[in-house]
Design a protein around this ligand. Structure first.
Ligand code: M6R
Length: 623
C-alpha cells in the first residue's frame, strides 16, 4: 500500500527519494510523486505521475532538481482513481504546505466543506490528503510554525494517518505525525535524517531508527537535530532508538528473475534457522521472545489473521488441536471486528499472525480484544512493526527476512513452522507423558528443510507439467483435513499472481455443489499425499474425473497405484515416517511448495507482473 520517504541532510534529496520509493515498490501502488525544496529560496519542485515509478523517474530525469530536503510517496488508490491529480505530494491552495499521507481520514468530507465555506479553498483532487494540506495551511497562516499548525490539525482529523509535512516558507524542517499508520525516523551518518513508512527503505542508509507512536509529532531539523512531542505535546526526553538489523541481501534478487522465486528458494534455510532457534540439543522447545507464563490458566485460544497468515492460522489450529488436544477458534481479523459480542476475556490467549505486523484489520482486531484484557502472542516477521510493539514480551518471530514479493511464500511456511513449535510445546505442558512420542515428531520436523530442497530440485519438472494448462480460465483445488489448508493457500497463490480464478474446497464438499461447475476446461488439482485422508480424497478425485475435468495431483514418491487415473502427477518425497500417530500433520510443509512453483511458472509464462500483481498491496494498511 502507500509508501512514504523523506530526507533532510547534506546530499541531494532526490537521490534517496527515488531509491527509497524503488524499495517501497514491493508494497503495491498505482502512482508516485516527490517534492524537493530548493535551497535558499522558497522555490520547490513537485512532480508526480500515475502508473509505475518509472514514469516519475522519466519525468524528473531531465529536470534540474536540487535541494537537501524532500518527501516522496507511492499511492495505492483509496479516495479517487489513480491519476496525476490524486497522486501525492499534495499542496495547499496558497502553496505553503506540501505533504504526503498514508491512511484514511474519516471526517475529510466535513473538513472539506468547512474549508470551502469558511476559507474559500478549492480542491483539485478527490483525496482526503489534499484536505489535510489545506487544513494545516489555514493554521500555518495563524501561527507561522508548521509544527504548531500540524499539532492543531491533528486535533481535528479523525482516522488513520502517517503525515510528512514541509513548507517552502520554512525550508529546513520536516514535520511528521502518525496515528495507526507506521512512520519511522531513520538516523543516518553525517547528521542525515531519513523518514519512511517501512523500515526496508532505510536499510541501506541507517543503522538506527525511531518509530513514531500514535499522536506523536516529530520535527526534523538541519544538522541531524530532531525533537519528538508525545500525544500531549510534551517533549519525549529519551526516544526509543531501535537497531535496524535486516539483512540488505533480502532487497536483492541475487540472480533470480523475480523476488517470488528467490523467496520460494529461501524456505529451507528459514526453517533450519527456526529449528535452531526453537530447539536445543535435547530437542526441548524454547521461545526466546516469549514469557511462557502467558499460558498459565488460559481457557481459550483464538487465532486472528488475514490472507495467507489466516491459512497458516488454520494449520496452527489443526496442529494445536491434534497434538495438544486443546480446542482453538480462528477468525478473519476483518470479521472479528464486526462482532457485536466479543467472547474473549483475560483467560483468552489471542494469537495474532502477520508477516508485516502492519495489517490494519489485524491491528484493529487486536486493539479491540486487548480492551477485553486478552493475553496476546504475535507470530510476526517484522520486529520493528506495530504488531511487535503491541506484543512486547510475547512474540514468536518468523525470521523469514524481508518478504519483497507481494504474494506470501516464505512467511507462510515460517508461520506454520512457528505454530508447529507452539503446538508441540503446549502438548508437552499438557501431557508430559507424551514427551517421547512427541520427540519422534520433532525429529521429523527437523527433516522438512532437506525435503523442501528435494522438491525445489524438481521445479523444472513441475514447470513442464503445468504449462499446458496456461490457457485455462479456472482451477479447483481439493484437499481433505490438513491438506485442505494446502489447497486454500495453493488457490490463493494462483489467483494472486496469474489472475486465474481458483477456488479451494474440502474434497468431500465438492459433491455438495461445486461439482456442477466441472467440465473439460476446469482442471482439478488435488493433494493425494499419503495419510489418513488419502483414500477418501481419491474417491472425490475420481468423481471429478468422471465429469470430464482434467486432473492434476500431488502424490508421494513410490505411490504408483493412480498412474493410469491421474492426468498429471506432481511427485513429492515422503516427508514423515508413517508409524508415528500424527505423521500427516507435516504434509503442508511440502504440499504447498509445488503449488507455489506452479503458480510462479504459469504467471511467468503468461507474462504477469509477478512481484507486484495488479490491485494488491504487500501490507494492507486500511480496513
Ligand atoms: O502482513 P500480513 O501477514 O498481515 O498480511 C496478510 C495478508 O494481507 C497477506 O497474507 C495476503 O493475503 C498475501 N498477499 C498472500 O499472498
Amino acid at each position: 500500500m502507500c509508501g512514504i520517504v523523506a530526507y533532510l541532510g547534506k546530499k541531494n534529496a532526490l537521490e534517496f527519494l527515488i531509491e527509497g520509493l524503488k524499495i517501497l515498490e514491493y508494497r503495491g501502488y498505482d502512482s508516485a510523486g516527490i517534492a524537493v525544496l530548493n535551497e535558499n529560496s522558497s522555490n520547490y519542485n513537485l512532480e508526480k505521475s500515475a502508473g509505475k515509478l518509472v514514469n516519475l523517474i522519466n519525468l524528473v530525469e531531465n529536470k534540474d532538481i536540487k535541494g537537501h530536503l524532500g518527501i516522496g510517496h507511492t499511492r495505492w488508490a483509496t479516495h479517487g482513481v489513480a491519476n496525476n491529480a490524486n497522486a501525492h505530494p499534495h499542496i495547499s491552495n496558497d502553496n505553503k504546505i506540501i505533504l504526503v499521507h498514508n491512511g484514511i481520514i474519516n471526517n475529510y468530507l466535513e473538513l472539506k466543506r468547512k474549508l470551502k465555506e469558511e476559507h474559500n479553498i478549492n480542491f483539485y483532487s478527490d483525496t482526503d490528503s489534499e484536505v489535510i494540506a489545506n487544513l494545516i495551511s489555514v493554521y500555518f497562516k495563524e501561527c507561522a510554525s508548521i509544527k504548531t499548525a500540524v499539532i492543531r490539525a491533528k486535533e481535528e482529523i479523525k482516522g488513520s494517518y502517517a503525515l510528512c509535512v514541509i513548507s517552502p516558507e520554512d525550508p529546513d524542517k520536516i514535520i511528521l505525525t502518525s496515528k495507526e499508520a507506521p512512520l519511522i525516523i531513520g538516523l543516518g551518518e553525517d547528521d542525515e535524517l531519513y523518514c519512511a513508512s517501512d523500515s526496508s527503505a532505510l536499510l541501506k542508509y541507517c543503522k538506527q531508527m525511531i518509530r513514531l507512536k500514535d499522536y506523536e509529532v516529530a520535527e526534523l531539523k538541519k544538522g541531524g537535530k530532531f525533537e519528538i512531542l508525545d500525544a500531549n505535546n510534551n517533549l519525549v526526553k529519551q526516544p526509543n532508538i531501535q537497531i535496524l538489523d535486516h539483512d540488505p541481501l533480502h532487497l536483492d534478487k541475487q540472480g533470480y528473475k523475480h523476488y517470488l522465486l528467490k523467496e520460494i528458494y529461501e524456505q529451507a534455510a528459514i526453517l533450519r534457522k527456526l529449528f535452531e532457534t526453537h530447539f536445543n540439543k535435547d530437542l526441548n522447545i524454547t521461545f526466546p521472545n516469549l514469557n511462557t507464563k502467558i499460558f498459565e490458566g488460559i481457557n481459550k485460544i483464538l487465532i486472528i489473521a488475514c490472507g495467507s497468515a489466516y491459512y497458516a492460522g488454520l494449520a496452527g489450529k489443526t496442529f494445536i488441536e491434534s497434538l495438544a488436544n486443546i480446542q482453538v477458534d480462528i477468525e478473519f481479523a476483518s470479521e472479528f471486528i464486526t462482532k457485536k459480542n466479543l467472547l474473549v476475556d483475560d483467560k483468552t490467549l489471542l494469537i495474532a499472525v502477520s508477516q508485516s505486523g502492519e495489517t490494519a484489520d489485524t491491528l484493529s482486531a487486536i486493539k479491540l480484544a486487548l480492551k477485553k484484557n486478552v493475553r496476546l502472542i504475535a507470530i510476526n516477521n517484522r520486529p520493528e512493526s506495530t504488531l511487535a510493539s503491541l506484543s512486547k514480551d510475547s512474540c514468536i518471530f518468523t525470521q523469514a527476512g524481508v518478504e519483497v514479493s507481494v504474494a506470501a511464500t516464505k512467511s507462510f511456511l515460517a508461520q506454520m513452522f512457528c505454530f508447529f513449535c507452539l503446538a508441540l510445546y503446549l502438548a508437552e505442558i499438557k501431557s508430559p507423558e507424551k514427551k517421547e512420542a512427541l520427540k519422534k515428531i520433532k525429529l521429523q520436523l527437523h527433516l522438512q528443510p532437506q525435503i523442501i530442497e528435494q522438491i525445489l530440485a524438481r521445479a523444472e519438472v513441475y514447470k513442464q507439467k503445468i504449462l499446458p494448462f496456461a490457457e485455462k480460465k479456472a482451477f479447483i483445488f481439493l484437499g481433505r483435513g490438513i491438506n485442505y489448508i494446502t489447497a486454500l493457500e495453493g488457490a490463493l497463490k494462483l489467483k494472486e499472481i496469474t489472475y486465474i480464478q481458483a477456488t479451494a474446497y474440502p474434497a468431500g464438499e465438492m459433491k455438495h455443489g461445486p461439482i456442477a461447475t466441472l467440465d473439460h476446461d476446469v482442471p482439478v488439482i488435488s493433494i493425494l499425499t499419503n495419510g489418513d485422508v488419502y483414500d477418501k480424497t481419491v474417491h472425490n478425485v475420481m468423481e471429478a474425473k468422471t465429469r470430464g475435468a482434467p486432473n492434476i495431483a500431488i502424490l508421494n514418491d513410490g505411490n504408483d497405484e493412480l498412474d493410469k487415473e491421474i492426468d498429471v502427477i506432481l511427485r513429492v518425497p515422503v516427508n514423515y515416517e508413517e508409524e508415528s500417530e500424527f505423521y500427516d500433520l507435516l504434509s503442508p510443509f511440502v504440499g504447498v511448495v509445488p503449488f507455489q512453483l506452479i503458480a510462479y511458472y504459469l504467471a511467468e509464462y503468461m507474462g504477469k507482473d509477478i512481484d507486484q500483481p495488479r490491485n494488491l498491496a504487500k501490507s494492507v494498511t486500511v480496513e
